[in-house]
Design a protein around this ligand. Structure first.
Ligand code: URA
Length: 277
């Protein structure tokens, strides 16, 4: 009974919120039957969900719930390897598109990789796509994206000068918070994306993105408005401004004045670096 409870809790945390077939697949049995060496070589992770456009095949019913450990370390290692060997942003996007190690991919409609200009001086990074972004395959195109565009316009910028991405490139089902495992699996890709875009300044939107990228334990209200350093895995440092997420500002418009202060700081820093206004 406790095994069954553990599995149900695991599914809930992994975002499984819809039944796609009458019978369950034991995907872990497929993984267990592979030799470890073969498993490490392949990019196929255990499929924790089924792509919507990929009709399920005849199922192997699970007769007895197995004790399962998600082999996240294998997926993190594979993500690191793919990210490291990506020579360009296009290459990175292709690797990400072919990567099956993050279960979020199987409930999302589209990969949401980036928008804007990767040559621009500013890179803005959010947490994860929402419904509108999932449908269009582009980050920050919904209501919070429209507010983000107005905030950028207020300091003389648009997506011609700004590169926009997310820590997690697939929409978590129901917009739930990505799990720590999902974040660790996606982290090597966003780190490589930053390295390849090589912006002068990074803006992290909201607590989750700011915590992950700036390795801070502070809440966003304490973190925002203070310049920090994004430190890449290779030790490169890029000035970073954590600020409030536009989705939060839509719910708490009185805090827009705080974000405005942060954006003025960003403008001043761009002016120091001789960036366009
Ligand atoms: N919120 C985010 O963090 N990213 C998006 O792309 C959209 C909404």
């Amino acid at each position: 009974m406790s095994d069954l409870r553990e599995i149900l809790l695991f599914y809930r945390d992994a975002g499984v919120d819809a039944a796609l077939a009458d019978k369950a697949f034991d995907r872990f049995a497929e993984v267990r039957s592979e030799k470890p060496a073969e498993r490490a070589k392949t990019s196929e992770g255990p499929k924790l969900g089924v792509r919507r456009d990929d009709a399920p095949q005849p199922a192997t019913p699970i007769t007895k719930p197995a004790k399962m450990a998600v082999p996240d370390e294998t997926q993190v290692a594979l993500a690191r390897e793919l990210a490291a060997k990506s020579r360009s942003l296009e290459d990175l996007r292709d690797h990400l598109d072919n990567f099956d190690g993050c279960n979020l991919k199987f409930t999302a409609k589209n990969l949401v990789f980036s928008d804007g200009n990767p040559e621009g001086p500013l890179m803005v990074i959010g947490e994860a796509p929402g419904r509108d972004e999932d449908v269009e395959g582009l980050p920050f195109v919904g209501r919070s994206g429209q507010l983000l565009d107005r905030m950028l316009a207020a300091i003389g910028l648009d997506r011609e000068q700004v590169y926009v991405a997310n820590v997690i490139p697939w929409r978590p089902p129901g917009n739930r918070t990505p799990t720590p495992q999902e974040t660790e699996i996606c982290r090597p890709f966003i780190e490589r994306q930053i390295e390849l875009a090589n912006p002068d300044i990074i803006v992290t939107l909201g607590g989750p993105a700011s915590k992950v990228l700036l390795k801070s334990t502070l809440g966003i209200m304490r973190q925002r408005g203070n310049w920090a350093n994004y430190i890449s895995p290779s030790g490169q440092q890029i000035p970073a401004m954590p600020t409030l997420h536009p989705a939060y500002l839509l719910r708490n418009p009185a805090h827009k004045r705080l974000a405005w202060r942060d954006f003025l700081e960003i403008r001043a820093k761009l002016d120091q670096t001789g960036s366009p206004s």
